[in-house]
Design a protein around this ligand. Structure first.
Ligand code: NAD
Length: 472
């Protein structure tokens, strides 16, 4: 059990305004694995005051000094990596092998990328008779979801601190424990008091006063489109900067000349990663109509190799969903696919065998999905893949773009140039060509209702900077 009774505010562990606690549940065992304080509006005020007081000092440190702190935090993060991987698996249910690489490994990679970026990022430049300065936005509220909890937090914290901003982090109430480990690490790095603050609590109780607080200059939010809209409305009252990383319904297009075996396997792996709880998951697989009969056996064979099991076993590829509520939502989508006439190829609504506890569902693939079906339009956030067919490239693009979302996508073709041309027609922030691997320096973010702004690398740093020009 990991029990945290205090919040991290102004460089020390702070007694919360209320004694209420939030229980963190392991989704594989349904057992409580830890508790954190249920913060409230009074705690928000204390954090905003601390972050505001720390801003004049931190925002005027040199990039070298800031890089030095980030480097120290990185070193401690790497040391605690194995512990963090286990902790996140216990909060989230992601298989341990993947947690080690992604949940614990990626935040360290991202943090290191900002240490490096600070070596030569131009915080000023001359344009004609002007000196253009890049200055930190100010106090940043970083509000994050549960699916890649430390990664999503680190993307914001690393970039904001590198920019010279001070931060108030508000992780998801479902997976907050890893953020407390991060606070312990930051505490041991001797970062000046108030530069990083951690609040835990429910979105409406802590998130809303945080977004509305006059002392907060910017909200960087990752989460659902529904909450992103609410945050935009609240933040508009004080004209705060808002960066939003929201939901997705991404399409992988397999062109007729693609290596179908590789493309099918990669798309299924991508869709089922983290039990389908990935914002950028390729959840629609678009194939030429004439290949459907050839693709179905490939899909059935490979999808059947994803058998839900205990996430702590080293060979497990897919674990449970985050909560009983999420399992119900996903089962409702599977029921809706069946009711709307999609062809079920793998999975279904029956519980997986041999798992009496835990929020597991069967990884599911639907064939013959059409554009109007709910499973083709809405973000399911579970291991459910929809196969759709197209007649020509124009139709493939039209189907891919027929979404309120525009976060990611994929194109598979033997001809990279043809794939890149097609990628230009997709209204999404990222497109992977032939399974191109994740690049922690490439901008990540959405078109349309997938959000505003970009994270990672130089673009991620610039989210937290504002521009001033001096004329001579
Ligand atoms: P969520 O929107 O319910 O919650 C996200 C965070 O917002 C949590 O910390 C929550 O406490 C807080 N929150 C909730 N209501 C709030 C309010 N009224 N005011 C302020 N804060 C509030 O999302 P979730 O269920 O935790 O995460 C899943 C969603 O996140 C999915 O839609 C997914 O696509 C999206 N997501 C997007 C990205 C991306 O980079 N685009 C990455 C991961 C997840």
């Amino acid at each position: 059990m990991k029990n945290y009774g205090k919040l991290y505010i102004d460089g020390s562990w702070h007694v919360p305004a209320s004694n209420d606690l939030i229980e963190v549940v392991n989704p594989a065992t349904e057992a409580v694995v830890g508790t954190v304080p249920a913060g409230n509006a009074e705690d928000v005020k204390a954090a905003a005051l601390a972050a505001g007081n720390a801003l004049p000092g931190w925002s005027t440190t040199s990039p070298e000094i800031r890089a030095g702190y980030l480097k120290r935090i990185h070193e401690a993060l790497v040391v605690r990596g194995p512990e963090l991987a286990e902790l996140i698996t216990s909060e989230l249910g992601m298989p341990i092998k993947l947690s080690q690489r992604i949940q614990a490994g990626l935040p360290a990679v991202v943090l290191a990328s900002y240490v490096k970026l600070l070596e030569d990022y131009p915080f000023s430049e001359h344009i004609g008779n002007s000196l253009v300065l890049k200055e930190p936005v100010g106090v940043v509220a970083a509000i994050t979801p549960w699916n890649y909890p430390l990664h999503q937090l680190m993307i914001k914290v690393a970039a904001a601190l590198a920019a010279g901003c001070t931060v108030i982090a508000k992780p998801s109430e479902l997976t907050p424990l890893n953020a407390f480990v991060l606070a312990e690490i930051i505490d041991s790095s001797d970062l000046p008091p108030g530069v990083f603050n951690l609040l835990s609590g429910e979105g409406d109780v802590v998130g809303e006063p945080l977004v509305s607080d006059e002392g907060v200059d910017m909200v960087s939010f990752t989460g659902s489109t529904r909450v992103g809209k609410r945050i935009s409305i609240l933040a508009a009252q004080s004209v705060k900067r808002v960066a939003l990383e929201l939901g997705g319904k991404s399409a992988a297009i397999l062109l007729p000349d693609a290596d179908f075996e590789t493309a099918v396997k990669a798309t299924i792996s991508n869709c089922f990663l983290n039990s389908g709880q990935t914002c950028s998951a390729h959840t629609r697989m678009l194939i030429p109509a004439e290949t459907y009969e050839m693709v179905v056996p490939l899909v059935c064979q490979y999808a059947a190799s994803f058998v839900p099991e205990n996430p702590l076993d080293a060979q497990t590829r897919i674990g449970p969903l985050i909560s009983a509520q999420q399992r119900e939502r996903v089962l409702d989508y599977i029921r809706s696919g069946l009711a709307e006439g999609a062809e079920i190829l793998v999975g279904g609504v029956d519980p997986p065998e041999g798992l009496p506890l835990g929020y597991y569902v069967r990884p599911t693939v639907f064939g013959r999905v059409t554009r109007e079906m709910k499973i083709a339009r809405e973000e399911i956030f579970g291991p459910v893949l929809s196969i759709m067919t197209y007649r020509d490239e124009d139709e493939a693009v039209a189907i891919a773009n027929d979404s309120i979302y525009g976060l990611a996508g994929g194109i598979w073709s033997a001809d990279e140039e043809r794939a890149a041309q097609l990628a230009r027609r997709l209204k999404t922030g990222q497109v992977d060509i032939n399974g191109g691997r994740f690049n922690p320096l490439a901008p990540f973010g959405g078109y349309k209702q997938s959000g505003n702004g970009r994270e990672l690398g130089r673009y991620g740093l610039e989210e937290f900077l504002q521009t001033k020009s001096l004329q001579f």
